[in-house]
Design a binder for this molecule. Sequence first.
Ligand code: GCB
Length: 594
Amino acid sequence: MKNILLTTVLFAVFMNLGAQSFMINAYGRQDKLSLNGKWNAIIDQYSRGENKKFYLNQTATEDTKFFEYAFANSMRLDVPGDFNSQYPELKYYEGDIWYQRFFEAEKKDGKRAFIYFAGVSYEASVWLNGKKVGVHEGGFTPFQFEVTDIIKEGRNDVVVKVNNNRKKDRIPAMNFDWWNYGGILRDVFLVQTPGTYIQDYKVQLKKGEQRVINGYVQLNGKELTQQLNISIPELKISKTISTDNNGYASFEVKAKPVLWDPQNPKLYEVKITTSSNELVSDEIGFRTIEVDGAKIVLNGESVFLKGINFHEEIPQRLGRAYSQADAAMIIEEVNALGCNFIRTAHYPQNEHIVKMAEKKGLMIWEEIPLWQGIDFKNPVVLEKAINMLREMIYRDKNRAGVIIWSVANETRPNNYRNKVLTDLINLTHELDDTRLVGAAFDNSRFNPETSTVLIKDDISKIVDVIGVNEYFGWYAPWPVAPSEMKWNVAADKPLIFTEFGCESLYGKTGDGNKAHSWSEDYQEDLYKKNLEMFKNIPNLCGTSPWVLFDFRSPYRCHPTNQEGWNRKGLLSDKGQRKKAWYIMKKYYKEMEEK
Ligand code: GCB
């Protein structure tokens, strides 16, 4: 009975997720129509829209009929973009919002059509011309639905119901320290492909080799056995391969690429062409990343990660970041601090950010939103986490910049959590043996008898890299002088401080010894103390302060110091540099000179 119940539950999850693999690199496709722009929208606070068939977008024609909704003349929302930041009355809104727009399409003989969403938070249900095409759960990864048989020549009508309620079985769950932005957050396209198209590919250095590129191509369609060409013109590589009955072909070529690294983030144009003349192009870098004892080794040389965390948010606009211009603004501030590493906290951020970071020589820690408070007991949650992990790795496996996949942030040991994280770590290694697997822990503890910080957590033993979030001087007082603290946390493997810091209000001066002064002076002093402590940690391989900008969070209620902002930014919400910024800048400059 228990098994039947479990099977039913898991089946329900897969049905719900729609589980259609999206095409990799939609941005690199030849035939795509942007569906960005103004969409009509209806607020549906009590979730009556499905019952009332909003997706049919009807207007009354008979004298005896009427409809209590209409997209025509309704409110308008920009896509991409979160809805919370677009109207004052939506600031705190959590629930259903229905989006609708018309678009003109050309129906092309023999071609397939897909509606592709780069990210909708948190759940999207999609209808085209009145027919339901699917549902996707998870706010930070792409999804697509095939609409070949539904799309019409001329005017088409697409309707999306977006829901951003927080729920116990969602990821993240009921509570999280950032704004619960809902909406069609990222780009939307109609992509048209040949009958058989390139669904997926991987082109990377072979594990442990600097002179061998390998990978695969996966086709989707009826003509699965084809000849494909993979070329990297600058490396004078042009290789023809044949796919098998399942549309799959792997390949391996010798090559002497200039390796991607932060000083020279070299990317090569890679083109994949099928017999039906589909061409997908990408820009791909080649590098190796390994762990050697307690060191992180990039292209054979040990590297120190000079990092920073940020949310996918433009604080000056009080909303989510979604465009290339937004990515440029954030990455420019990362560069100004002298970083070579970012942690895209706490979820996969949009591809503009990931690609721009890679182009600017930043190594990336990418994470699924398994953030505190997760209901690990519920098997449905494990299935959702697996799906999010698969989608993140699937989307970004060709990005040389991504060096670490992280499975969680701040989860406390118990049997259920240990089982879920173990499954996720094993799966990550299985899906990608060329990158490192990490997680961020907040359960290291100071032992006063030995003046040593230790961790007791079985999961810390099975990650490749351990991330520690430590808030001495803020959530916990300094137990002894920072220079007297010893660290023995996973001493045999690389340790990164994935978070440290404290709040300060830009422009506030005050007592550098008092946390409740909320002053830049206190924050500056806390940073100095941390840097002092870092000197005595032999396995320290990187630091990533929390956080680049002040960011919006309903957690943060102090009426004058916070006003709905987490104030741990090195930059204020207006982008002004706080005193601690200069401390970190100097530290990273010194690390560069070492
Ligand atoms: C943490 C969390 C981060 C929070 C931060 C804070 O440990 O990982 O998401 O925003 O602390 O400011 O408390």
